[in-house]
Design a protein around this ligand. Structure first.
Ligand code: UDX
Length: 464
């Protein structure tokens, strides 16, 4: 370590004991996609409310708007990297993002630590930004990894090297419906895999991702009641404290962190609908339907005869709420029974009494936001952790109808009927409301997630 840095680090660490929280700076490293930005900024707000000073380091694309978080300092990492560069794969994208962000992050931390008034800083990083742990380690700073997905999803990643060794991946078609050893309730089809050519590079990347290096703790946006078993296994595997602090949006003060402007007009439309009658549809920030899927979805929804609020990606919804890209005859078929937006105030929508179901891609945030409001789901997972979440929704918590493979209008219509009108859906709604109540207890005073945050704060204060 450079001598000047060593001086700064030693000075910082000697001052940690007896230090006031506001002098302890938390540097949070953001992975710049909506599903990661939201929970990271919510965690930042919770920690800020505990008196810590917050700096957010982020790549120079999909940057959050600093004016909506005036209490935080935002520092872009000048890595000369944009997602517009052509990448062969997600694996390559993540690797280059991590490689290129290292030096600017090192420079940023050194600068922060060199400031006169600064006594110490700790790093909290999104698991996808694993370079931050290496840099913190080199500077001898405490670091904490924040996984914005579920504990079960990390278990899945951890299982891959063994499955590869046993010849179980690449997955054989004949095994798709079989259970994955030691990953109950997942089947092989619930394991998302990249293409075979990219497999080894991806497994390598995952090992960097799963290696917590010298991090002092792992933080999950989950609740004990949702993931008792996966959390127990992780606690046995890792020798560091594991904090389950979620759903963090239920603890954080309300914040605005959308990268896209929300169309709040849909709330007035929801006000006019009857309780539990509306199906809300959103496939998240990164899932897009091709033209055929869009047409099938449109007719499936139209034929279901259920009122619905649909988030249609901007490139599919030309102009201002124009229905140009939707099939001919759709508008007449649905009339006032539908409302389309480019981006919804999702948490408000799910909390609205008119919403009785959510057709979702099952991103972890959408999952937590839906069960946190007692709204049962139709699960249409595509990639990443979504299939794990869908499996938990449909088979563990039993609050979701699984929409298997292929988007065909008949399948959509039937799933909507099962969820919104059949007895089966009634049972799911009841269980979803039970989950909502249990989540309310977890995030309330003395609940497991609130206690976990209190423990995390204590650990941050005592980490040297
Ligand atoms: C991605 C992955 O897809 C997801 O599986 C992973 O867990 C996190 O990263 P994303 O696809 O964006 O996330 O889905 P999700 O995790 O559900 O996050 C989307 C966020 O955008 C949610 O917080 C949701 O409330 C918000 N949103 C979505 C809106 O505010 N309005 C919308 O119209 C749609």
């Amino acid at each position: 370590m450079h001598e000047h840095f060593r001086y700064i680090v030693c000075r910082s660490r000697n001052q940690v004991a007896g230090m006031e929280k506001q002098y302890l700076k938390l540097v949070l490293v953001l992975y710049p996609f909506q599903g990661h930005i939201n929970p990271m900024l919510q965690l930042a707000s919770v920690l800020h409310s505990h008196g810590f000073s917050i700096t957010i380091c982020h790549p120079q694309f999909n940057s959050p708007d600093p004016s909506t978080h005036p209490h935080f300092e935002f520092i872009p990492l000048r890595a000369g990297f944009t997602p517009q560069n052509a990448f062969k794969s997600l694996t390559e994208f993540l690797k280059i993002l991590n490689d290129k962000s290292r030096t600017p992050f090192m420079d940023t931390l050194v600068q922060i630590m060199g400031k006169e008034e600064q006594s110490a800083c700790h790093v909290i990083y999104d698991g996808c930004m694993y370079f931050a742990a290496q840099v913190a380690n080199e500077l001898n700073l405490p670091s904490f990894v924040f996984h914005t997905f579920s504990a079960a999803n990390l278990l899945r990643y951890l299982a891959y090297p063994h499955l590869r060794q046993e010849g179980l991946i690449p997955i054989q078609d004949s095994k798709l419906l079989e259970p994955v050893p030691d990953l109950d309730p997942l089947r092989f089809k619930d394991l998302f895999l990249v293409s075979n050519e990219d497999l080894d590079a991806w497994l390598n990347l995952l090992s960097s991702f799963c290696d917590i290096k010298s991090s002092s703790a792992m933080i999950f946006n989950t609740a004990d009641l949702l993931e008792q078993q996966p959390l127990k296994i992780l606690k046995e595997k890792f020798q560091v404290p594991i904090f389950s602090i979620g759903p963090i949006h239920k603890i954080s003060p309300p914040i605005f962190s959308s990268l896209v402007e929300e169309d709040t007009s849909c709330i007035s439309w929801l006000d006019m609908q009857t309780p539990n009658s509306v199906l809300y549809i959103s496939l998240g920030s990164l899932n897009f339907l091709n033209d055929t899927e869009l047409t099938e979805m449109a007719w499936g929804l139209a034929n279901s005869k259920q009122p619905f609020l649909w988030v249609v990606p901007p490139e599919k919804l030309g102009g201002s709420r124009s229905l140009d890209s939707l099939p001919e005859g759709f508008e007449e078929a649905v009339g006032e029974r539908s409302y389309l937006v480019k981006w919804a105030p999702q948490k408000k929508v799910l909390a609205h009494g008119a919403v009785g179901g959510f057709l979702s891609h099952c991103g972890w945030n959408s999952t937590l936001e839906s069960i946190g409001e007692g709204v049962p789901m139709i699960c249409r997972a595509s990639y990443g952790d979504q299939k794990v979440n869908a499996r938990y929704l449909s088979h563990v918590w039993r609050v979701g109808v699984e929409l298997e493979k292929g988007l065909e209008r008949e399948k959509i219509e039937s799933a909507v009927r099962r969820l919104m009108r059949d007895e089966e859906g009634e049972g799911m709604r009841k269980r979803a409301l039970d989950l909502k109540e249990m989540i309310r207890i977890c995030v309330g005073d003395g609940g497991s997630s609130s206690e976990s945050i209190a423990e995390l704060v204590k650990l941050i204060m005592s980490s040297k």
